[in-house]
Design a protein around this ligand. Structure first.
Ligand SMILES: CC(C)(COP(=O)(O)OP(=O)(O)OC[C@H]1O[C@@H](n2cnc3c(N)ncnc32)[C@H](O)[C@@H]1OP(=O)(O)O)[C@@H](O)C(=O)NCCC(=O)NCCS
Length: 170
């Protein structure tokens, strides 16, 4: 078993978009005083604004995260062992050409596949991809209520560079 990341296809893009908009809308509603409809509209606008040309948007890279396994019981001695690739999540990053710097716009492992090390391996594959591009690091934003993701990123060596706070008026 290994984890790979590969470029998303145009056919796969809509499923990724729907998944990420729903996730982002949920996070907006959970962290701000925003109803579900407004949260969805904001999430949709954010997404469309950044990924204007879908999978082909310049400087944006959308990746499918796949678990690859080889079937060791091929049909006949000369048959090549079939390779299965199962989609377990997505990641999306963008690159600032001037600064040679990457931003992790989104990352998800589907709920049924969490806590199996796939997120960790996907980020390791991303590191290798960034190194090949000559990029030395990556930053991201995580919502305050998403303590699980904060712990995940901390475990993987991310450190906090800024903190946004809010307080309701008395
Ligand atoms: C955050 C996320 C990507 C982690 O992916 P994952 O495949 O489950 O993570 P891994 O199994 O590789 O975890 C590696 C380590 O990170 C830490 N970790 C992962 N998820 C955690 C959680 N929910 N709470 C606490 N620690 C966590 C653990 O130390 C874990 O090692 P362990 O399982 O041996 O204890 C996944 O939970 C997810 O998709 N969440 C929803 C979307 C999201 O929040 N994305 C990030 C915001 S951009």
């Amino acid at each position: 078993m290994s984890v790979q990341i590969r470029a998303i296809t145009d056919e796969e893009f809509e499923a990724f978009r729907a998944h990420e908009v729903a996730k982002y809308a949920y996070e907006i509603a959970a962290n701000y005083d925003v109803g579900p409809d407004d949260a969805r509209e904001q999430a949709d606008g954010h997404f469309r604004g950044l990924l204007r040309n879908g999978a082909a948007t310049p400087d944006h890279h959308v990746r499918c995260i796949e678990v690859v396994s080889v079937d060791h019981d091929p049909q006949g001695p000369d048959a090549a062992p079939p390779v299965n690739a199962e989609l377990v999540g997505y990641l999306w990053y963008s690159v600032d050409r001037v600064g040679g710097y990457a931003w992790l716009d989104a990352m998800s492992i589907f709920p049924a596949h969490r806590r199996k090390g796939y997120g960790r391996h996907a980020l390791q594959a991303l590191d290798a991809e960034l190194r090949r591009m000559g990029i030395g690091g990556i930053s991201l934003h995580v919502f305050g209520a998403n303590t699980g993701a904060q712990e995940f990123y901390r475990r993987l060596g991310f450190r906090v560079t800024d903190v946004t706070m809010k307080r309701d008026t008395d």
